[in-house]
Design a protein around this ligand. Structure first.
Ligand SMILES: Cc1cc2nc3c(=O)[nH]c(=O)nc-3n(C[C@H](O)[C@H](O)[C@H](O)COP(=O)(O)OP(=O)(O)OC[C@H]3O[C@@H](n4cnc5c(N)ncnc54)[C@H](O)[C@@H]3O)c2cc1C
Length: 303
């Protein structure tokens, strides 16, 4: 109920304008976002690297409404690849296709994705393609598969809450496309997505087993201790070396767990967002854990 309300609020333009521009907004964002500028994000990646963790850099933004904005987002993604390479940091990038113009047409998003992925290939890096709401799933996977067919270094994301994900995973495994598996963060109807935690977790376990036995790279992206324990058990049972897959977690969430897994010798990658357009990302993080609302209320009370 509260989760649904927060995800609805995520679409509020008025609240977004006010929070993104206010000082209290900056304080709130710092909980989950590495900074407004690329330099701050690069410094955070260097700190993670010093602690033996890799990163995925995400320049926040989604649902652009003009070609110019989409091209700007692609230029920024390419520039972050260059900056990462110039500093020799252990990081790739993640992008959203609605940030690259998917609402303006699939070809528009394709041109921008291909341009950025070509830069990634030249720099020996890769591009992870975040999965957005189910309205975009089919088109996003079409473009990911097209990029892979053109030998561009691409990573798909599948959401365990979607009923269609088992079929999608089979198809991606047949093509050996690397996959990041997540639970899913958007408001979805029951026709498209499992609604209970129990069903989502059960599907996550099923998909994870298939992914870990597949030919592509696997990223298990969750902070859920039970699923992480299951991943470790499955990896041991399958005799997978720790290098065959990685755990991924979000910047600012369960740092203790990130460090503990790294200390045990598992590969850990932290998804690290930066930029001024943090509001929808922030609201999805609040909705995941309504206890985070207390944090929001405390910050508002201080202001
Ligand atoms: C690396 C990465 C990339 C992602 N990419 C996508 C994507 O492309 N598309 C998409 O739809 N979703 C994405 N997500 C989000 C994902 O779908 C979930 O919404 C999110 O990870 C929370 O689910 P969970 O698996 O951690 O399990 P949950 O059951 O939600 O949480 C398990 C535990 O983790 C901690 N926790 C989880 N979330 C929070 C939070 N916000 N604040 C504080 N503690 C928290 C709590 O201790 C909680 O008990 C991504 C997640 C990760 C880790």
């Amino acid at each position: 109920m509260l989760k649904r309300l927060l995800l609805e609020l995520a679409e509020s333009r008025t609240l977004r304008r006010w929070l993104e521009q206010s000082r209290v907004g900056q304080r709130l964002a710092a909980r989950f976002v590495a900074g407004r500028e690329l330099d701050a994000a690069l410094a955070a990646i260097a700190r993670l690297a010093a602690a033996d963790m890799q990163a995925t850099l995400d320049h926040l933004g989604e649902n652009v409404t003009t070609e110019a904005k989409a091209m700007e987002a692609a230029a920024s993604a390419a520039a972050s690849l260059e900056a990462i390479a110039a500093r020799g940091l252990p990081a790739d990038i993640s992008v959203k296709l609605t940030q690259f113009g998917l609402d303006l047409g699939e070809e528009s998003a394709w041109r921008n994705l291909a341009r950025v992925a070509e830069r990634a290939r030249a720099l020996n890096s890769r591009v992870e393609v975040d999965m957005e709401s189910s309205a975009y799933t089919a088109a996003t996977l079409r473009l990911v598969e097209r990029a892979h067919a053109e030998r561009l270094p691409i990573v798909a994301v599948l959401q365990a809450y979607l009923r269609r994900s088992a079929d999608d995973l089979e198809r991606l495994c047949r093509q050996a496309i690397p996959v990041r598996l997540v639970k899913g963060a958007y408001r979805e109807p029951a026709a498209a997505a499992f609604q209970s935690k129990h069903e989502v977790n059960a599907n996550f376990l099923r998909l994870m087993r298939r992914l870990l036995t597949g030919p592509g790279g696997a990223a298990i992206a969750t902070h859920d201790p039970a699923l992480i324990a299951a991943a470790r058990a499955q990896a041991r049972e399958l005799g997978l070396a720790p290098q065959r897959f990685e755990f991924q977690m979000l910047y600012g969430i369960r740092r203790d767990l990130q460090q503990a897994l790294t200390a045990e010798g598992w590969r850990v990658r932290v998804y690290l967002p930066y930029g001024a357009e943090w509001y929808p990302y922030f609201m999805r993080r609040l909705a995941e854990r309504p206890a985070n609302l207390l944090f929001l209320l405390r910050q508002l009370a201080k202001s």
